[in-house]
Design a binder for this molecule. Structure first.
Ligand code: NIG
Ligand code: FE
Length: 395
């Protein structure tokens, strides 16, 4: 069936042909008085209403009456397979304690003790919340099991809900290996990676209290041999070699990048590695925000994601992250929306999502606002009115 979305005051396409005055790089692509036509789950027309092909009587027409339509958010960094709760850790942090990677163990214990059904119910609930806030593609990581069986069961659960599954067995060294971290790396390389057949990505938390650059390289190399594509958590807690390593090993994305030197940014730009900035993490750990202007000036492609996890960033709201990114990371509104849609798609090596050109998946959101800029201008207001996944109403 053909669906025609009409009355669109502002259609964000991410098509560079639709350059936009408020976006000097011209990458967002915005049309006014536009129509979007969808057939078979794909976009067949995205353009000025005057150029739209004529309607047939069987078409379903939705008149959005002067609202804005945007590509669905591509949230390229999430940790959603977990059980338990760390509310008290957050409260303690907001009373002055600092964040450490050690809190991951609290969630590990609860996750290991949970049944498959409990984990899946929590996952589905979080995905549903994200959808209602406009997210149409979600990457999902393991990383709270940290045994062979628990990591593999997390992958199985993810596979039922996302094509973007990431093995993060190297999230932290579990307590059983506290005296033998390299033994845990051996376990990941020898026992987990060869059986991670449904995973698309291999990820490592390369930072203080987690894995060293040497361990990270070993794990990424083993992942690549098994057909997984690398990405890393790098330089969240302190400056280290993570960003350089990401560039050198061909990572699709280096995530967090809270601490980055000019040399790090030059290396990412030269390698074409996306930097995925995670405003929820700085927000929830009271850390200093990285400045998007530095990354963009260095020619680094940016993605914005939620990093939804129970420790450092328990938000799955891309609109919230957009607002913080603009206010505190100095993205322009256009740059932020681009990073949250096309940027995320690039970080996931996806060409079918994150934009609304003919041929793209018809994943989009109708905003209860005349402009996407209101996502940042009216923070915390539920402006995502309807979400479509492959042309179907997701609600
Ligand atoms: O991306 N940095 C490592 N992992 C998560 C935090 C996990 C946790 O605290 O449970 C992150 O911020
Ligand atoms: Fe993360």
């Amino acid at each position: 069936m053909t669906t025609r979305i009409t009355g669109i005051a502002e259609l964000v396409t991410n098509d560079p042909a639709h350059a936009h005055h408020a976006d000097p790089g011209g990458r967002l692509g915005v049309l006014h008085d536009a129509a979007l036509i969808v057939d078979g789950g794909r976009v067949v027309f995205a353009g000025p209403v005057a150029d739209a092909p004529s309607a047939s009587s069987d078409d379903l027409t939705i008149d959005v009456a002067g609202r804005s339509v945007i590509p669905g958010f591509v949230d390229s960094h999430n940790h959603l397979v977990f059980a338990g709760d760390r509310t008290e850790e957050f409260a303690a942090r907001m009373s002055g304690q600092s964040y450490s990677a050690g809190g991951i163990r609290t969630t590990m214990t609860a996750t290991r003790a949970a049944t498959d059904d409990e984990l899946e119910e929590n996952l589905v609930h979080l995905i549903d919340q994200a959808r209602r806030q406009g997210t149409t593609t979600l990457e999902i990581k393991t990383g709270y099991g940290l045994t062979v069986e628990d990591e593999l069961r997390a992958l199985q659960i993810i596979a039922r809900h996302s094509d973007e599954s990431t093995l993060l067995a190297a999230h932290i060294v579990p307590p059983e290996y506290a005296d033998d971290p390299d033994g845990y790396v051996d376990l990941i390389v020898d026992e987990v990676i060869p059986r991670a057949t449904t995973a698309k990505w291999i990820d490592v938390f390369c930072d203080r209290g987690a894995f060293t650059p040497e361990q990270t390289e070993r794990i990424l190399a083993a992942g690549k041999t098994a057909g997984l594509t690398p990405r890393v958590h790098a330089n969240q807690l302190q400056h280290g070699e993570g960003l350089q390593l990401a560039a050198r090993t061909g990572c699709a994305s280096a995530d967090h990048a809270t601490h980055a030197t000019d040399e790090d940014l030059a290396a990412l730009a030269a390698a074409g590695t996306v930097a995925t900035l995670l405003p929820g993490a700085e927000f929830s750990t009271r850390a200093v925000y990285p400045d998007a202007r530095r990354f963009l000036a260095a020619g680094v492609d940016l993605a914005l994601a939620t990093d939804c996890n129970p420790g450092s960033s328990f938000t799955n709201s891309m609109p919230f992250c957009l607002a913080v990114a603009v206010r505190d990371m100095h993205f322009t509104p256009a740059q932020a929306l681009h990073a949250a849609t096309a940027g995320g798609a690039r970080a996931l090596h996806r060409t079918d999502v994150g934009h609304l050109a003919p041929g793209a998946r018809a994943d989009f959101a109708i905003l209860d606002a005349p402009s996407y800029v209101q996502l940042m201008y009216r923070p915390g207001v539920p402006l995502v009115q309807r979400v479509f996944l492959a042309g179907e109403d997701a609600h």
